[in-house]
Ligand binder design. Structure first.
Ligand code: ZN
Length: 432
């Protein structure tokens, strides 16, 4: 006899067979709606017994209403789990050598999932219900990297950040404009405005006749990649930190002199200068993100590294006229900024590592011209290697750029909160 469950099961089985030949693209198991809330208590990973991959298991109490799986990059599997899903007390897998991390994102329609795979393996993903029909399984099977890379190009990654945490909006005016504590008079405004974090300069590297590096097989231009990351970053800040003014050194594909970039920031009296770049190397296997802040190691290489990043200015007389002594004097004069630069650099690195899942090459000090010129905390973010095929795909994709921009944004938000808290303390003591 056919009851509803039998039919449902048959339909699911049928769907599975029909779609199995395209099982890696997208799979939707449609079922009648179940009134009971589904709970997802655990996500676990286990190596396959044949040693050729990994299985990820979603421990659902009921069969999930429907799901979808895509693989927009060799090292990123994304899933949509539809339905009313309770994840209270869920156990998530920790960092694994093969499956680096699984992250859930609450959406209106259920959950989005990012599954970050190790770049040292080449796994193709495939999702299907477990035999008992309540657990959902994701099979990761070893495959040829080039095939996987070609296969993943058909997908456009989903951006779970489209609704960008509006509930986390800070209240930008609560310190100065509420109740009896509002005793800061107008005469304090210039001081207040200098202390409060309310202006940022975003510097997209290169531009115009200077394309920056040209990427893997000369298939990308650094100037384009960094401009769109810079604009996304600016947009996140404008939308979520409305009291912060965003100033760009360039908003179009134009050439801006390195020294001019620094003076734009100085004229604006900004609170932070963030320069965005993408790296290149002769070997395509080198990858990862680095964050630099101004500083000198006082070694003979100080001038070399300055010229390295600013190659086309290697002949700039001002660069050559700077003595080691000049630089040390500068460093001493800006030691407060250097400490803050180091602070924000580590925040950005942490976000790139944990939020955007980038391999980190660490935080380093460097005597870069573009940073040297600015009289405020300044960092330079090398977002990844355009010469590495996987990172090139990530950095040239809308989702990759959004993740990088949102990672930097989060670090800036955290840094701003710290700065504003210390401003608030100073403002309070000024009042006493
Ligand atoms: Zn660059």
């Amino acid at each position: 006899m056919f009851n509803k469950n039998t039919l449902k099961r048959m339909f699911k089985t049928h769907s599975w067979c029909t779609f199995s030949f395209v099982f890696l693209c997208s799979f939707l198991a449609i079922s009648s709606s179940l009134p009971a809330q589904n709970s997802l208590s655990r996500i676990s990973t286990v190596d396959r017994s044949d040693g050729k991959g990994v299985v990820i298991r979603y421990h659902f109490s009921e069969a999930v209403d429907s799901f979808e799986v895509i693989q927009p990059a060799p090292d990123l599997v994304q899933m949509v789990l539809y339905g009313d899903i309770d994840t209270t007390g869920i156990q998530m897998p920790g960092y694994g050598e093969k499956v680096n991390q699984v992250i859930l994102y609450k959406q209106d329609y259920g959950f989005g999932v990012d599954i970050y795979l190790s770049q040292d393996f080449s796994y193709i993903a495939d999702a299907y219900p477990d035999q008992n029909q309540t657990h959902l399984l994701v099979g990761l099977t070893e495959t040829d990297y080039n095939e996987l890379d070609a296969y993943s190009q058909q997908f456009i990654a989903k951006n779970w950040y489209e609704n960008f945490e509006p509930q986390e909006l800070p209240d930008p005016v609560s310190i100065t404009e509420t109740g009896s504590t509002t005793t800061i008079t107008d005469s304090y405004n210039p001081v207040r405005d200098k202390l409060k974090f309310d202006k940022i300069v975003i510097d997209a590297g290169h531009g115009g006749h200077d394309p920056g590096n040209l990427g893997y097989k000369k298939s990308a231009q650094e100037k384009d990649v960094v401009l769109s990351i810079a604009k996304k970053l600016g947009k996140y800040i404008e939308e979520n930190l409305p009291d912060v003014e965003v100033i760009y050194t360039r908003e179009t594909d134009e050439f801006v002199d390195l020294w001019e970039r620094g003076s734009i920031a100085n004229r604006a009296e900004a609170d932070l200068f963030v320069s965005i770049h993408a790296d290149a190397f002769t070997s395509s296997s080198v990858r990862g993100a680095s964050v630099f802040f101004l500083g000198l190691d006082r070694s003979d290489r100080s001038f070399e590294v300055m010229k390295e990043e600013n190659q086309i200015y290697a002949d700039h007389e001002v660069v050559q006229d700077l003595s080691e002594e000049d630089l040390i004097v500068y460093e001493l004069a800006h030691s407060g900024n250097i400490a803050n630069s180091e602070r924000i650099a580590y925040m950005v690195e942490d976000q790139l590592k944990n939020r955007a899942q980038r391999k980190s090459r660490g935080v380093r000090q460097k005597g870069l011209v573009v940073l040297y010129q600015s009289t405020m905390p300044a960092i330079l973010v090398e977002t990844g290697f355009l010469t590495n095929p996987a990172e090139k795909r990530y950095l040239t994709s809308d989702w990759g750029q959004s993740l990088i921009a949102s990672a930097i944004y989060r670090a800036i938000k955290q840094y701003k909160q710290e700065q504003d808290e210390s401003y608030s303390l100073k403002a309070t003591s000024a009042n006493d």
